[in-house]
Every structure is written in C-alpha cells, then in structure tokens.
Design a protein around this ligand. Structure first.
Ligand code: AMP
Ligand code: GLY
Length: 417
C-alpha cells in the first residue's frame, strides 16, 4: 500500500513512525512533512491545506490511502474531496469536522443532547458580549469560534481581561474570521484529561488517556500554546471514570452527530475537565492531539494502518486494539518566544546523543544535508516510555538535556502538575 500522511508536525511524525511498522505500508509519503519525517517517509512539498494540489498529487502518484491529520484540511473538506476522487481517506468529512472548526456548533450540540459542558452564550456582536461579561463577572472564558492554532481561548481572571480578549477577537481581528464570533462561558475548575478515540460512525473505541500541558511556563503559567508536553495514561483517569465518560460523553456525542446527519469517522478528541460535578467537555477536536499523539501512539500495540482501514470501512467493532502497559512522556522543546514571535533557523545539536529508549519526534525542523535547524514554534517532542510514569519522565528529560539549540525553551514540570 502506498500511504500518504497529510501534515508536518510532531503528531504526523508519530503517525508516520507507527505506519512504518506496518507490513501493509510498502511506501510512505508525507505532505509537507518535516526534517525528522524525511528520515522515514518521502516528503512532498505541498502545504497541508492546499486541498486541490493534494488531491491532484494523490491521483497522479497513485496513492492507495491518505491519512488527514491536521485540523485545517479536515475543516476544508479534504477527506470529502479525496473520497470523491476515489481515493480512500482516513479522517472525518467536513460536516463532522465542524465539531472542532466551530465552537458555537459544538457547544450547541452538547446543549441540545445533554452532554455536560460549561454554561455559555455565543455572540456575533461586540456590545452584547461585553454586557454578558459585565453581568457574569470573572473568572470567565472567552473563545474564538473558529480555528486559531490552539490560541483562541482566554481564561480571564478579571472582567477587563475578558473584555480586551473580546475586543482583540471581534474588533481587532486577531484571528481573522475565526474570531468574528465568540463563545463566552463559565470558568470550570478541575483536572484536565484528553481522551482520543477511534470512531467509525457507529463504534467508539477510546485510546489510552493522556494529559497535555497547554500553558507555556512551569506551574501552568503564561499563555496557552498548542501543547508543551504530554503524558499517557493520565493518572487520575480511573476505569470508573472511563465508564462514566463513555456513557455520558463519548457515546452520546457519536449518537448526537449521527442524529444530526453528520456521522464521525476518524479520531475524535475529547478535552475533558474532571470537575467536582463529574467530567465536563472543554472541547472537541476532530483529530489526534499534538503532542498527545506522540505519547499515546508510543503505547499502541496494534498495527495502526489496520485500525485506520477498519475505521474507514466501518469495521471498528471487529478490530481488537491492544495497548502496552506502562507510561509514556513527551516533552516539547520550543523556540524561545513561542507562542509569540520567535526566530527560525537555529542549528540543533545533540540529536544523536539522546539515551537509548528516547525517541525524538520532530515538530518544526528542517534538514539541510543532515544538519537540522529549527523551523517552527514547537521544534521537538522528546519522548520515552517506562514501566512507571516517573521512569518515562526521567528518560525523556535525559533526552532533553542532551539536545541543544539557541533559546530553546521547555517546561521542567511535564507530568508533575
Ligand atoms: P480549548 O482550546 O477549548 O481546549 O481551551 C484551551 C484551554 O483553556 C483548556 O485546555 C483549558 O485549560 C482552558 N479552558 C477552556 N475552557 C475552559 C473553561 N470553561 N473553564 C476553565 N478553563 C477552560
Ligand atoms: N494538544 C492540544 C491539541 O492538539 O489540540
């Protein structure tokens, strides 16, 4: 099988690494890929959101199966286009990917079907949004409706902070069209857990749970990022909780999407908050999380291609999915300044000096004749597994300590908060 993976971050590196282990995958391509991915797949220089070029390429290169990993091409309907062109593709169609691309859609869906989520209202005009903030008081959460690289959420501790977030999104156009409408919601407190699940429209199979660390600095300080590190499984996510989440959240979500005529096929991401009142949905995504995928897929003990194919064919109920025992940890090394402005092109050293058992996923790197340089905000995802979470963390951090690039920034407390 000739398989094409769409995307070019750490998550796609993790997906490619698993697909490389499948005997079904004889040829592996990735568009656009990155420096690290180029070691295991042929990188094709087409942007992930260039729908037309990807379909054209997949047809002309006689690709047998496409895996669409990032949010943008899913929201733009790449899976629909590929399938129309007769190319089997893994991922939700546009009408189901909307659970990520519109927070207003997903909040209304949860409200309609009684899926636990924070109380909210949505706004397309600035004045009523500000009145709502004044009426509710702080803390309060402001979210851009559309896709904003994981940066469209402000957990405001004061009314002023919430009002300026609304102004930035709706008046200054910080996220373009994505911020033209906003959701303003109740601030929940509790521990966050991510559960990724394979879903073929009928059956939902949760993966090992995980936990992302979204804030840029230690102690969960600073602005939100795409994710600074992940562990799997999440220690607080007990089998009892898993049962509750399946009954109250996972199955109802899939049923709700079916009732709306939007069957979901692919990976669905449940961002959960474990509150005193039980688990609540913070967000849905229509794809693997990044960096959660790097940790979770390291624990997968089943051929990932077979799972993708079963999902695409609606045969997930017949597929046994096995997981390794133990834990995985992924520590993201980012460019200094991220999630704000940062400089690219810094040479990376020490990649060959990481201890055995550490795998370094590349998120934003470029390779020039074997010399890797930084090429993004999140640069590397240094990942390890171990019998206990502590073992995985110690090994991953030993990997981080072996690697260097100017102004590298990473958190020291992944898995510890
Ligand atoms: P999201 O992009 O929706 O996952 O939001 C990013 C982060 O903002 C989440 O991981 C939470 O840490 C925080 N967050 C989002 N919604 C809420 C909420 N209603 N209450 C408290 N924190 C929230
Ligand atoms: N790590 C958060 C996300 O992938 O959305």
């Amino acid at each position: 099988m000739k398989v094409l993976v769409i995307g070019g971050g750490g998550r796609e590196h993790a997906i490619c690494r698993k697909l490389r282990q499948s005997p079904h995958v004889t040829e592996l391509l990735c568009a656009p890929g990155n420096g690290g991915i180029s070691e295991i797949a042929e990188c094709v220089p087409i942007a992930a959101a260039d729908i037309e070029k990807i379909v054209e390429f997949a047809k002309s290169a006689l690709v047998d199966f496409v895996v669409v990993a990032p949010d943008d091409p899913l929201a733009l309907g790449l899976v629909d286009e590929l399938e129309s062109a007769g190319i089997p593709a893994f991922g939700p169609r546009k009408n189901a990917a909307i659970i990520e691309s519109s927070k207003i859609f997903s909040k209304n869906l949860m409200k309609k079907y009684g899926i636990p989520t924070a109380d909210f209202q949505s706004f397309t005009e600035i004045a009523p949004a500000i009145d709502f903030i004044r009426a509710k008081g702080a803390p309060i959460v402001v979210k851009a409706d559309g896709l904003a690289l994981g940066k469209g959420v402000v957990v405001a501790q004061t009314e002023e902070e919430a009002v300026s977030a609304v102004r930035e999104m709706m008046e200054d156009g910080r996220f373009g069209k994505a911020g033209a409408s906003v959701v303003i919601e109740e601030c929940l407190s509790g521990t966050e857990v991510t559960v990724l699940a394979f879903c073929d429209g009928k059956t939902v199979v949760p993966m090992v749970s995980s936990k992302d660390h979204k804030r840029v600095f230690d102690g969960d300080k600073g602005p939100n990022t795409g994710g600074m590190g992940a562990i799997a499984p999440a220690p607080l996510y007990t089998p009892e909780l898993a049962e509750i989440c399946t009954e109250r959240i996972f199955k109802p979500t899939i049923d709700a999407l079916n009732s709306e005529g939007r069957p979901f096929s692919g990976v669905i991401y449940f961002g959960l908050m474990l509150t005193a009142k039980g688990p609540y949905v913070i967000e849905y995504n229509a794809r693997f999380g990044d960096p959660e995928a790097q940790a979770v897929l390291e624990l997968l003990d089943t051929d990932l291609f077979e799972i993708f194919r079963a999902v695409r064919e609606g045969k997930l109920a017949d597929t046994q999915i096995k997981w390794k025992s133990g834990s995985a940890a992924c520590v993201v090394m980012a460019s200094g300044g991220y999630p704000g402005d940062y400089v690219k092109g810094k040479p990376i050293s020490g990649l060959d000096n990481v201890p055995d058992g550490v795998f370094v996923f590349h998120a934003g790197t470029k390779s020039d004749n074997g010399q890797y340089t930084t090429n993004g905000g999140r640069v590397l995802g240094v990942t390890a597994t171990g019998a206990m979470l502590d073992d995985a963390l110690t090994l991953a951090y030993a990997g981080v300590d072996a690697i260097n690039f100017e102004n590298a920034h990473f958190r020291r407390d992944i898995g510890r908060t």
